[in-house]
Write a protein that binds this ligand. Sequence first.
Ligand code: GLN
Length: 547
Amino acid sequence: MARYIFITGGVVSSLGKGLASAALGALLQARGFSVRLRKLDPYLNVDPGTMSPFEHGEVFVTDDGAETDLDLGHYERFTGVPARMSDSVSSGRIYSDVLEKERRGDYLGKTIQVVPHVTNEIKEFLLVGEDEADFMLCEIGGTVGDIEGLPFFEAIRQFTHDKPRGQCIFMHLTLLPYLAASGELKTKPTQHSVKELQSIGIAPDILVCRSEHPIPDKEREKIALFCNVRKEAVIAAYDLKSIYEAPLAYHHEGLDQAVLDAFSISPAPKPDLTVWKDVVDRIHHTDGEVNIAIVGKYVQLEDAYKSIKEALTHGGMANRVRVNVEWVDAEVFDSEDPAPHLEGFHAILVPGGFGERGTEGKIKAAEFARTRKIPYLGICLGMQMAVIEAARNLADLPDAGSEEFDHESGKKRFTPVVYHLKEWVQGNEKVKRKPGDDKGGTMRLGAYNATLTEGSKVAGIYGSTAIDERHRHRYEVDTKYRKALEDKGLKFSGMSPDGRLPEIVEWADHPWFIGVQFHPELKSKPFAPHPLFADFVRAAVENSRLV
Ligand code: GLN
């Protein structure tokens, strides 16, 4: 039976709860325990799938096809434990399940209330897979005091009483603001935030205090005294140069020890931090740097491409180089020469995206990379744009485009080289979609296998001809145009096992030009960089030596 650690936040949002949870997960693993991390989001969207990346950042897709919060990406990158559908839930999902049960008559005519019906639903979610890990780390989104968060706080409070004593602990993140005028760290907001927690029946066992300045002993004592925690359980969280320093930094501050103490696990198993020392060493001891352009649409909010940015960092670590990422707005050169915007980069990445806006710029970026022999990695929409570029410029299809854009504009303007897929096979099952289906979950989502051509560049990079990767898209490259494109040198080097869906394309006579229909960035880890990203950065390094 798992021990539960509930992670909450107070004072302000964006304190790094997700990172603290992920780093704690990694530290518990380093001490030999198995972990699973989970996110409970108070917002009313059923899942983040339909939320704008501008607002919510990237949607992280799991192997089993859930569209989840980007914090699950942190969890996976730090622990290597593949997240599942059952690791992410929102108020919207909980309420929609409760209401569905009510409509079905499951509650036998009872009055449906937040307590106990909604809270019970949340508690059931917490219990899924409790036998599979030593520790279950459950992060509650938002901050204590938010109206939407209340049922979650109430549920975790009840949950600790359903479990034997000592089976659950609470870890609360707060902020210690620094007042320059008096040269002091202020503890009052932390005290208030803990009071808020206590007023709903939760007494934190551990306080993680974000601070831009060292926390003096005297302040630590004060926090411990006023917030009713042990002094050793007041953990400092200072700003870090790289997020990957977090496990070592938290270990240094005693977080994992404090957690084991709170559970009375004694003697505590010694941690093996070799992996994290190597990760940090690779970040800080680099030999050279490369500049990579991410040509996208959601460039104002870097979180929109969180996993790509991280995967590029991992690729840099594999090659011991620093990767400087620059976000280039594709829309800017929709109808101009992209050269002034793209010259000087050692490699170009066109990420996934939805909608027509900015796609002409992305098509130009693909052409620029192809003709100038610059390493290019096209992910999902980035692959589709590379195929459209080839179709328009080399395969006599000047009107080549994606059905996605015709659907959006309601006009028939393009030859659909990329078409709307409505029927496909997942495992042994047939999946069908109609154009009018509701927006949530109508995509090809989650892990699918692909078969790579023997002797292709990608087979060499993966070191295998059988792979599985995560997908999130509605449209597919039409194999009807395969021959015409392959005759011009664009090889379809990865296909779905039934041969119907193109998974990877690559230019045969280019140093490094690969488009993938899936999202390799979702599976990259600092201690196991994804082979495509490792090799893409290697190609960028090689290119940087030529210029
Ligand atoms: N919009 C494209 C599709 O649905 C690409 C999606 C993506 O890049 N994730 O197929």
